[in-house]
Design a binder for this molecule. Structure first.
Ligand code: FES
Length: 236
């Protein structure tokens, strides 16, 4: 066991945990976007930044290892400003169609922007203009224009479902998530288990049947029928 201090609170945790896991264990809330419990931390969104005594600059809590004697601060003006800027940059090239988006009021980016007090778009960036995969796909609407590149869909597809359908493609501003060779999902080896849809924090991957029925009124835990492993996941 190791002991570290988070926001003045001494926390005991097992070696090998991250600062984020230690904080959550102690009831300290740190916002996240690319993080999903049980998936390999990626540290790509930078929303979970915290201050660690002795470290240069801010570090990502979801990837920073907890160690004996570590002193962490999760709230300060600098941290709040950094998190806010990160989300503002994501919004800079995000379609501003929240009112008609299927994930309106159920979107992690929207919730985070609201929590951080973002009331206007400070940076007006270039918009992406990818074709929306809709009529060619019987179950899922894939809108890469709304993707925030958190990689959660890629990791659940690889690490939970072992399908490896969704991948990172291209570089820089053109980076996007798609099946290999830019195939549509029906053309790929996708089995339409829907786990990627459940993992998506925004409206980039949505269930087609929900388009007309709106948000569900409750969440259920279900067992994936794809193989015999019995993986559980939350369904909206
Ligand atoms: Fe830590 Fe995204 S949640 S970098």
């Amino acid at each position: 066991m190791i002991r570290l201090t988070i926001d003045g609170q001494v926390i005991e945790t097992v070696e090998g945990t991250t600062v984020l896991e230690a904080a959550h264990k102690a009831g300290v809330k740190i916002p996240t976007l690319c993080h999903l419990a049980d998936l390999t931390p990626e540290g790509s969104c930078r929303v979970c930044v915290v201050e660690v005594q002795g470290a240069r600059g801010l570090v990502t809590a979801c990837t920073y290892p907890a160690s004996e004697g570590l002193v962490v601060r999760t709230q300060s003006a600098v941290i709040r400003e950094a998190r806010k800027s990160v989300v503002e940059l994501m919004l800079a090239n995000h379609p501003q169609d929240c009112l008609s988006c299927q994930r309106n009021l159920d979107c992690e980016l929207q919730t985070l922007a609201n929590t951080l007090g973002i009331r206007e778009i400070r940076f007006d960036g270039e918009r992406r203009k990818y074709a929306i995969e809709d009529s060619s796909n019987p179950f899922i609407i894939r809108d890469n224009n709304k993707c925030i590149l958190c990689g959660r869909c890629v990791r659940v597809c690889q690490e939970v479902q072992c399908c490896d359908v969704l991948e990172w493609t291209n570089r820089g501003f053109d980076t996007k998530i798609a099946p290999a060779f830019d195939e549509t999902m029906p053309e790929s080896s996708c089995v339409f288990c829907g786990t990627c849809v459940s993992a998506c924090p925004v409206g980039a991957l949505t269930e087609k049947p929900m388009r007309n029925t709106g948000l569900p009124d409750k969440k259920v835990k279900t067992t994936c029928p794809f193989c015999g492993v019995g993986c559980n996941f939350d369904l909206n």
